[in-house]
Structures are given as structure tokens and as C-alpha cells.
Design a binder for this molecule. Structure first.
Ligand SMILES: Cc1ncc(COP(=O)(O)O)c(C=O)c1O
Length: 407
């Protein structure tokens, strides 16, 4: 009974979201994974649906979630240490599997040290709490992920200590740096590596060429941070992400194990001192149980695979299938945003057509996500396709066939 009034108030808010077209539809429920067979990649069964589905909306770019070695690693770790940590990290919740994953990911991204979190989302929040102080000014790309924007709010960054530049606008970044107040000790420039709605990337080399010129101006310098959640494991010659692609690595790298690596969890990688500050000051690290040892063992194995001959082959197939799909879209006269990342947006530029096309693809057994206003500006309505390393040439042809003649 105590919730009756609150329920009413919240229902009004939910109804408003529906009226404004901002409510999320009911969630589909995946009930099974069907391994690759007969020239086709994996398929998924959904509750209440007869047919099997091809996923073109998964972040699992290397398609490792069902890899037997990841499953075996998770299994062995669980048998060795159990399913849960029993406490937060500093109260004897640290297991050898946590430390092994931290060392592995630090080595992979070329940093001295790393701390793992339950997600990249909580990593961003932890970073803002750990490196921010009242004399810190934050500058970010206008299209930064929600977790970076929320991190600023959680860390209580006042609007006077924030600057936002238009998407990938280097002149705008310079203006933000020029506008930083005299009383500021440190400036943090933070940006997504890959912008997940568009599949384009931050020009890290250009960003750092600019920040280099300002760093002496501030007592603690200008620190660059990339959240490369969609890049690590999926982008760059060896999967080291946007930094590898752009030829320069920011001071701090944030990422996730929940996309290309196919598991779960996030990380911050940086110098030993920054990571010790994270351990001491990041509430989203300190006051919450860590990942299970199963997650850690599977994620460590995923990084190992990415960094091996097998990973090189997976990345090569990912690149080939991505190119096949992009070229196929162009061949059909459809509009996309160019670039080599496996996020391939199809610009439909119309809300009703976007919804209809998502429905059409679903009816033909393909899962995609449609992005309409207010998620994207009016006129930029898009269907986001995501290619992964388990897709076959046949899968890509199938999707292109379904799209043929639709717009
Ligand atoms: C840039 C960026 N950061 C963070 C996240 C969240 O990742 P996680 O699921 O590990 O919290 C995403 C995923 O949507 C993302 O695109």
C-alpha cells in the first residue's frame, strides 16, 4: 500500500516518456545460442519466436562469449575459488584472478598498472572521483557516452569547471583549453575512442598534439583520457584500440571486458600512482564487490586470445566482413558513415522508415537497433549494424539481400 502514491507518480513519468517517444520497448528474451554451422555464423533463439536470429546488434566484436577456452577458464576459476568474492576488494575480496586480469590488461594496453571495475560505466565514475578535485577542469567531446557525463555529475563537477567541444572539433577543443580559468591546477580532456552510435573515432593524435601545447600551463598538467570501450579488442592492427589506430596513447585508458572481449567488467589503466589513487579514492571500486573470479578468468583468456594468432585471424575476419557490409550498403545505394569500425550505421533519415525497416529485418531473422529522435537528432535517424568476427560472408550477404529495395 505504501507504494500506491509513488506508483501513480512514477506511472505519470513513464507515460510521458512513452508520449515523447523516449520509452524503451519491452525487452526481448534470448533463450539459446546456436553455434555456427553450414557456412553461417551463430544464431540465437528468442522467447516466443519460432525462427532463429542473426545478431547484428551485439558489441561482442570478437564473438568470444561462447568460446570453449573462456568457458573452461571461468569453470576452472569457479571450481578453485567459488562463485562470489564474499567481500569488497580491500576486505579480503581480492583473489589472484583479479590481480592476473589487472596485470594482463595493463600489459595489453601498454600501461604500468590497471584496476578492474564491474563495468566501464563504473570505471568512468571511479576515475572522476579519483583524479578530480575542486581545482580540476574537465573537457569532453559533445558526443561522449552517458557514463562520462554521469561521472561528472557523480563527482560533483560544477559547470564552471566543464567545457564541451563539438564532436571531434579540434578548434573547439582549443577554445575550451583557452577558456580554462587561472585558478585551475589540472585539466582532464576525456573522450570516447569510438563513438558508439556512429562508429567514427576520436583523432587522438590531433587531440594530444593540442593538449601537449597546454600542459605546462597548469600545475598538474593536461591529462588525456580515452574511454575506448568499443575500440579495445576490435580496432587497430592488433586490437589495441583507437590509440593503436591513431598512433598515440592517451595518459589514461578506460575500457570494458563486456564488448569485444565478450565477458563483463571494466578497467582503468594508467601509471602506478594514478591506479593507486583509484584504489584509494574511487568509491565505485572501493564500496562494491568485485567481478567474480569466473569473469576475471574468462576476460584474461579473452585478452590472451585477442593477443594471439587466433586473435589476429578473428580481427582479420572482422575487418573483411565489415568491409563487405559497408561496400554492400554503398552498392545498394544506401548511406553510411565511412570508416573501418564494425559499428556500421545505416542512415535512414526518417523515423517511420527506421521503425519499419527494423521490423522488416526482425521478420527476416535479423536483430538490429533503430536510433530515432531524441537518441539522435531529427533527420539523423539510423539503424546501427554491428559486425562481429563470427559473421560469415553468407551472413553479410543475407542481410544485404534483406535490405535490397527497402529504402
Ligand atoms: C564509451 C562507452 N563507455 C562505457 C560503456 C559502458 O560499458 P559497460 O557495459 O562495461 O559499462 C559503453 C557502452 O555502451 C560505451 O560505449
Amino acid at each position: 500500500m505504501a507504494l500506491t502514491q509513488l506508483d501513480q507518480a512514477l506511472q505519470t513519468e513513464i507515460d510521458r516518456l512513452k508520449e515523447e517517444g523516449r520509452a524503451k520497448p519491452p525487452e526481448r528474451i534470448i533463450t539459446g545460442y546456436h553455434p555456427p554451422a553450414e557456412g553461417r555464423g551463430p544464431r540465437y533463439s528468442l522467447l516466443g519466436q519460432e525462427q532463429l536470429f542473426l545478431r547484428m546488434n551485439s558489441n561482442s566484436y570478437l564473438s568470444l562469449s561462447n568460446h570453449p577456452e573462456l568457458i573452461a577458464a571461468a569453470d576452472a576459476a569457479t571450481h578453485a575459488c567459488g562463485v562470489g568474492p564474499g567481500a569488497v576488494r580491500f576486505i579480503d575480496g581480492t583473489f589472484s584472478y583479479h590481480v592476473a586480469l589487472e596485470e594482463r590488461i595493463a600489459r595489453f594496453v601498454g600501461k604500468e598498472a590497471a584496476k578492474i571495475f564491474n563495468s566501464a560505466y563504473t570505471s568512468n565514475c571511479g576515475l572522476a572521483l579519483a583524479v578530480g578535485n575542486p581545482k580540476t577542469h574537465w573537457i569532453g567531446d559533445q558526443l561522449n557516452h552517458n557514463s562520462i557525463i554521469r561521472a561528472m555529475r557523480i563527482a560533483g563537477v560544477p559547470s564552471a569547471n566543464k567545457g564541451i567541444y563539438a564532436h571531434n572539433d579540434m578548434a573547439g577543443l582549443k577554445r575550451c583549453l583557452d577558456a580554462v580559468g587561472e585558478n585551475i591546477d589540472r585539466v582532464v580532456v576525456i573522450f570516447d575512442g569510438i563513438f558508439s552510435m556512429r562508429g567514427d573515432y576520436a583523432p587522438i593524435d590531433q587531440i594530444m598534439a593540442i593538449t601537449d601545447r597546454y600542459t605546462e600551463k597548469f600545475k598538474d598538467g593536461v591529462i588525456t583520457v580515452v574511454d575506448d570501450s568499443h575500440g579495445i579488442g576490435a580496432y587497430g592492427a592488433t586490437g589495441r584500440g583507437t590509440a593503436e589506430y591513431a598512433g598515440r596513447t592517451p595518459d589514461i585508458v578506460i575500457g570494458t571486458f563486456g564488448k569485444a572481449f565478450g565477458v563483463n567488467g571494466g578497467f582503468i589503466a594508467a601509471s602506478k600512482t594514478v591506479i593507486e589513487a583509484v584504489r584509494q579514492k574511487a568509491d565505485t571500486y572501493i564500496y562494491t564487490n568485485p567481478l567474480s573470479v569466473a569473469d576475471c578468468a574468462a576476460a584474461t583468456k579473452a585478452v590472451d586470445i585477442c593477443d594471439s594468432g587466433e586473435g589476429a585471424k578473428l580481427l582479420e575476419n572482422l575487418r573483411l566482413r565489415t568491409r563487405q557490409f559497408r561496400e554492400g550498403l554503398t552498392g545498394l545505394g544506401l548511406e553510411s558513415i565511412p570508416g573501418p569500425h564494425p559499428v556500421v550505421p545505416l542512415l535512414v533519415r526518417d523515423t517511420a522508415k527506421t521503425h519499419a525497416l527494423v521490423k522488416h529485418l526482425f521478420a527476416h531473422g535479423v536483430l538490429v537497433v533503430g536510433l530515432t529522435f531524441p537518441v539522435v537528432p531529427k533527420g539523423d535517424e539510423t539503424i546501427r549494424f554491428q559486425v562481429n568476427a563470427a559473421h560469415t560472408a553468407q551472413d553479410i550477404d543475407l542481410v544485404l539481400d534483406i535490405l535490397r529495395g527497402t529504402i
